[in-house]
Design a protein around this ligand. Structure first.
Ligand code: PEP
Ligand code: MG
Length: 899
């Protein structure tokens, strides 16, 4: 096994074996950039070392000696020579970079003799002893495990003694004193002398790097960032000839990005320090200068850096983050790697590089992280803000918002209408709270998961939401909330960050969202590459317009129940539900029909020319009613009031009040009774969706008629439409047949009334396991399928979404019982298998059947990729996720093409 590679022998593609740093140093050397000579000990050798119980492989040091010989030849210096000593750095480097995890030792090879040689070489005793004292401290700390503070304390003491403010104020004599004391620290700690043999030093340093791979912090880092052995296994060790940035004012050290990593601007960006060694830049001992300053200070070097920047970018085809050192006016490159950038910069640099001819459009599309786009579409907490969060819940709907804390939807609506920014704070929310959502800037709940009502609605309308923030205790009656010792009164300002789940007291500064020019351009390229259609889940005309702006090609899910929650409608809806017979319900349905029709018309117009898939009523009816407990509390309060009315002085005012109270109590008691009847043990598996449509067909008929008439009326106005109707929670063909009969009847009545035929498509949601298994039957009637993967996941796992996300799911994912939260990322193995069965059966009956997905997974990149794999027709997601889905769909298509 070859354990050692000279830089001349490696290349960028060898990252797994040589580590990122080594492979890139080798590559830079190949490109003709000035890299100091050196060699790499492979990652396999590290594994060999750990595998043998931390024992150095036999003959490794002989191979190392060959490598050193090579460096000696190239530098004309000699390792351990008293007159012309070679010094090296020993640096770790795994296949991917793990910043700050493993250690670097500089100036290795120094001892009491070679330090004199270094003085001769540098012509400067101070420089030599400065290098020596740094080496002893670094080496003892990293390779011998001596406590670092011991050196720092001693150094400070000597500085004080000499009245030195900065390290640079110490002269050579003082530094000699430091060296002496440092060596003593070493001897006291280890019971033996500081090793003076350079080869001994080198062996110990190499071992220390190998060991660091399994150090607790390194293991923890790999766990945190999911770095599995197939990504990086073992660290390589780089042994490189030292170059010195601290040899005077014509020397310097610095780090730079080929473009600005914060804005993406195409300028050399970075910092440097003159007369300093690498660690000074990182340690912040002195404030570095911006690289633009080099234009005046070292104009030639600056030009050279600009040239190298171009070479690096053309070779790596992505923004690079590199380190360099200037030794007496000569530039040396010490490292390069892919630059980490924020979302804006990633998009801008990718698009710019296409225009500059460096990369192709496909490469630009593939290099972006779709999830990152989300950050670009919402207000965000200013990264410069120093605000401290006081609690953290679930990051349920992205974006940040500030406003006054308000504890009920009605109050939120009132304050919102009065022009105030509101944060609606609730234990959990119900459909009847939706008017409060519209009036608020953000929603905070103490209960509920990422697919709780609050979370789903907030995402749908693009408002920030933190859900399940259990640290908050809410007292709705007192209109107060408590977080630890902090009390939040109604009207106190709160800030929530739905992207992180953080909650802050007071206002926190924010930055505005941008769908910049570059992103728009990139998404246009993505649209040309993708196969999947991308639609939006939305149920308002505003949402439809927003979705179109983000590139949605229609509405894949319009949840009609949301339209029932407006303040002017809820009382009608409640009265309709409280009715016990169809006759009693009729007048309310008649009033609701024109309202829903008007909504549909506006949505159809906003989506002109594109499909609009309306879903019939889905949730259990009791969700529209107040809670039984709340109602009972009201009744109790009213009864108390009635009892407290003076009985004796029967004035007419008092009599009237008593009567009013009697009536209200009777009404509320009736409502409470009906709520009791409607209550269910398992509402999600109960009387909902098509089951309500079957038992109360007049409700579905009203909705169907409202949609058909809306279609007919906008068609008469000349609007091009593609209407679709679908039924939720279907599990048998017969259910669908019953609804289809109503639809056919309404269709012909509307045709007669308006004298035109509405081109309605009829389909079904697939969100019940049985529907997947019976898809061949169901496809006899359904012209399209739309996977409701929220319910389908719940049904497949038999997990109640909200309970799961609140209670055990976090534990499951943390402990790898499940790889991801299946309500966020589609469970390909289980739910995915059902989907495949469903598609196969459905296509057997109806080969050209349109099949899409409208669960939350429709906007999740990994799930979108699966949807492309199984050849769905489209994905549908909340408007704000549409750009993410467009990009993810293009990436999936490109990957599928290439595999
Ligand atoms: C679903 O179940 O995936 C779905 C879209 O329906 P809802 O979330 O409204 O239950
Ligand atoms: Mg559903």
């Amino acid at each position: 096994m070859k354990r050692i590679y000279l830089f001349e022998e490696g290349a960028a593609k060898d990252k797994r074996l040589l580590g990122g740093k080594g492979a890139n140093l080798a590559e830079m050397m190949k490109m003709g950039l000035p890299v100091p000579p050196g060699f790499i000990i492979t990652t396999e050798t590290c594994l060999e070392y750990s595998g043998a119980g931390e024992k150095m492989p036999e003959r490794l040091m002989d191979e190392v000696a060959t490598g050193i010989k090579h460096i000696e030849e190239k530098t004309g210096k000699k390792f351990g020579d008293i007159h012309n000593p070679l010094l090296v750095s020993v640096r770790s480097g795994a296949a991917i970079s793990m910043p700050g995890m493993m250690d670097t030792i500089l100036n290795l090879g120094l001892n009491d003799e070679t330090v004199k040689g270094l003085t001769e070489l540098g012509g400067n005793e101070r420089f030599a002893y400065d290098a020596y004292r740094r080496f002893i401290a670094m080496f003892c700390k990293i390779a011998m495990g001596v406590q670092g503070e011991l050196f720092d304390e001693t150094f400070e003491r000597i500085k004080r003694k000499h009245g030195a403010k900065y390290d640079t104020d110490l002269d050579a004599e003082a530094l000699k004193e430091v060296v002496k004391e440092f060596k003593k620290i070493c001897k006291d700690a280890l019971g033996k002398e500081f090793p003076s043999d350079p080869y001994e030093q080198l062996r110990l340093a190499i071992e220390a790097v190998f060991k660091s791979w399994n150090s607790p912090r390194c293991v923890a880092y790999r766990k945190e960032f999911k770095i599995t052995p197939d990504i990086a296994n073992g660290t390589a060790v780089n042994v490189v000839a030292m170059v010195f940035g601290n040899m005077g004012n014509d020397s310097a050290t610095g780090v730079a990005f080929t473009r600005d990593p914060a804005t993406g601007e195409n300028v050399l960006f970075g910092e440097y320090l003159t007369n300093a060694q690498g660690e000074d830049v990182v340690a912040g001992v002195r404030t570095p200068k911006p690289i633009s300053k080099m234009k005046d200070e070292m104009p030639q070097i600056y030009q050279e850096l600009l040239k190298f920047r171009d070479i690096l970018e053309h070779r790596y085809r992505e923004v690079q983050d590199f380190e360099f050192t200037i030794e007496r006016g000569k530039l040396h490159m010490l490292q390069t790697r892919g630059g980490k950038m924020n979302a804006e910069a990633r998009v801008k640099t990718a698009v710019d590089m296409v225009k500059e001819g460096i990369i192709t459009k496909e490469e630009a599309i593939l290099r972006l992280y779709p999830e990152q786009l989300e950050k670009l579409m919402h207000k965000r907490i200013d990264p410069k803000s120093k605000a401290k969060s006081i609690a953290r819940g679930l990051a349920a709907s992205p974006g940040a918002a500030s406003g006054i804390a308000i504890f009920s939807a009605d109050d939120a609506e009132r304050e919102g209408k009065a022009g105030k920014d509101v944060i609606l704070v609730r234990e959990e929310t119900k459909p009847e709270d939706v008017h409060g959502f519209f009036a608020s800037q953000g929603i905070l709940t103490s209960r509920g998961g990422k697919t709780s009502h609050a979370a789903v609605v907030a995402r749908g309308i693009g408002k920030p939401c933190v859900s399940g923030c259990e640290a908050i205790r809410i007292d709705v009656r007192a209109k107060k909330a408590y977080i630890g010792k902090a009390v939040i009164n109604e009207g106190d300002v709160l800030t929530i960050d739905g992207s992180s789940g953080d909650v802050y007291l007071g206002e926190v500064s924010m930055i505005e969202p941008e769908l910049g020019e570059e992103l728009l351009e990139l998404l246009k390229w993505a649209d040309k590459k993708r196969r999947l259609g991308v639609l939006a889940n939305t149920d308002t005309p505003e949402g439809a317009l927003q979705a179109r702006k983000f590139g949605a090609e229609g509405i894949g899910l319009c949840r009609t129940e949301r339209m029932f929650n407006a303040t002017d409608r809820l009382p009608l809806v409640q009265a309709m539900i409280l009715s016990e017979t169809a006759d009693e319900r009729k007048p309310y349905l008649e009033k609701l029909l024109p309202m829903q029709k008007q909504d549909f018309k506006e949505i159809l117009k906003a989506m002109e020319g594109l499909p609009v898939t309306v879903r019939l009523l889905d949730p259990p009816l009791h969700e529209f009613l107040p809670s039984y407990e709340e109602l009972q509390r009201d009744v109790d309060d009213l009864k108390k009031e009635r009892e407290s009315l003076p009985l004796k002085r029967k004035t007419s005012v008092i009599t009237k009040r008593a009567k009013d109270l009697e009536n209200t109590i009777a009404e509320k008691e009736k409502m409470a009774k009906r709520i009791r009847t409607l209550a269910e043990i398992n509402p999600m598996l109960g009387h909902r969706g098509v089951r309500v449509g079957i038992t109360e067909p007049d409700i579905y008929e009203t909705q169907i008629r409202a949609y058909f008439e809306a279609c007919a009326e906008v068609m008469k106005e000349g609007t091009m439409i593609k209407p679709e109707l679908m039924v939720p929670n279907v599990c048998t063909l017969q259910e669908l047949i019953v609804v289809k009969e109503i639809l056919d009847r309404v269709a012909s009545e509307v045709e007669q009334k308006y004298g035109l035929k509405v081109p309605m498509k009829f389909g079904t949601m697939i969100e019940v396991v049985r529907a997947c298994l019976e898809a061949d039957q169901i496809a006899k009637v359904a012209e399209f399928f739309s996977f409701g993967t929220n319910d389908l996941t719940q049904a497949t796992f038999s997990f109640s979404r909200e309970d799961a996300e609140n209670k055990f799911l976090p534990f499951y994912t943390e402990n790898k019982v499940l790889p991801d939260n299946p309500f966020q990322t589609l469970d390909i193995e289980g739910v995915g298998k059902l989907m495949k069965i469903c598609i196969e059966l459905g296509r057997k009956t109806r080969p050209d059947i349109k099949i899409g997905i409208c669960g939350e997974h429709g906007g999740d990149p990994k799930s979108v990729e699966f949807c492309d794999d199984i050849k769905l027709t489209y994905v549908s997601c909340s408007p704000y996720r549409v750009p993410i889905a467009r990009l993810a769909a293009a990436q999936a298509a490109l990957r599928n093409q290439s595999s």
